[in-house]
Design a protein around this ligand. Structure first.
Ligand code: NDP
Ligand code: 8X3
Length: 249
């Protein structure tokens, strides 16, 4: 039986991914800061799910959290680096520097250090799958996306560079890059609890769902061992591309 570790499993995509991988018959370690929420999800599969408190932005806490895993959950075959957030939508010249620090610490530094901690074991065993949550925001710039989009461009390129390093090891990495997705805490977090603003993002549209993302992760994880999916970009039908902005006098 394979074991997956899902970061940010207390809500949104991460909770849906953890539930899906449990339904797929895997053991799952659920990691995030809110242990109560993780424990609630893990309680539905007491033999196969384990909740661990982990703030990925606190680098020094990562080894201790991983060392605390019970034996049955300690060999991680699948890492889903999902923990992440956007803070604010202000133009760069007005944005809050603390918001920028938090996004970089979580989306970039947290993701690379969790990966670094688990990679040697995967390489030693000759198998492993890493799924990173990027975003369309990492490819397509939009006003106010400044540092959030840049962190997701980082996630994209880190994933591809992982595959460059991991050739021949049996370990593979994928970056999933979703567009507008509803039913998660993403916009509530981005707008710091301003629910009117958060809900407005999903009015009159049918966005992707967390289950759409979970289905995609499940598909990636279950590809045969010789297949690497480098990138998946996905959007709801209600979203597409727009022309470049041109400011005229
Ligand atoms: P949610 O806000 O619903 O969930 C985010 C999860 O990340 C929560 O479980 C939260 O748990 C966890 N988290 C945040 N900071 C940390 C931290 N420092 N350490 C550990 N866990 C943390 O967001 P989504 O599910 O919507 O988003 C998940 C990922 O997908 C993010 O990386 C996001 O950028 C990306 N994404 C989202 C899209 C969307 O439209 N929703 C589209 C494209 C990409 P806790 O607070 O308990 O720590
Ligand atoms: C989340 C999608 O378009 O809000 O990554 O940046 S978007």
């Amino acid at each position: 039986m394979q074991t997956a570790l899902v970061t940010g499993a207390s809500a949104g995509f991460g909770a849906a991914i953890a539930r899906q991988l449990l339904r797929d018959g895997m053991r799952v370690v659920l990691a995030a800061r809110r242990l109560d929420k993780l424990a609630e999800i893990a309680a539905s599969s007491p033999d196969h799910a384990h909740a661990v408190q982990l703030d990925v932005s606190r680098r020094e806490s990562i080894p201790a959290a991983l060392a605390s895993l019970p034996d049955a959950f300690s060999r991680i075959d699948v890492l889903v680096n999902n923990a992440g957030l956007a803070r604010g939508l202000a133009p760069a010249q007005e944005a809050d520097g603390n918001d920028w620090d938090e996004m970089i610490a979580t989306n970039c530094a947290g993701l690379v250090h969790v990966t670094r901690a688990l990679l040697p074991g995967m390489v030693q065993r000759g198998s492993g799958t890493i799924v990173n949550l990027g975003s369309v925001a990492g490819e397509f710039p939009y006003p106010g996306g400044n540092v959030y989009g840049a962190t997701k461009a980082f996630v994209h390129q880190f994933t591809q560079n992982l595959n460059a390093d991991l050739i021949g090891t049996g370990v593979r990495a994928t970056c999933i890059e979703p567009g507008l997705c509803g039913g998660t805490e993403f916009s509530a977090v981005r707008f710091k609890g301003d629910m009117a603003r958060a809900e407005a993002a999903y009015q009159g549209v049918q966005p992707l769902t967390a289950q759409d993302i979970a289905d995609t992760v499940s598909w990636i994880v279950h590809r045969p061992a010789h297949v690497t999916i480098n990138t998946i970009s996905m959007m709801p039908n209600c979203q597409s591309f727009a022309p470049l902005a041109v400011r005229r006098a």
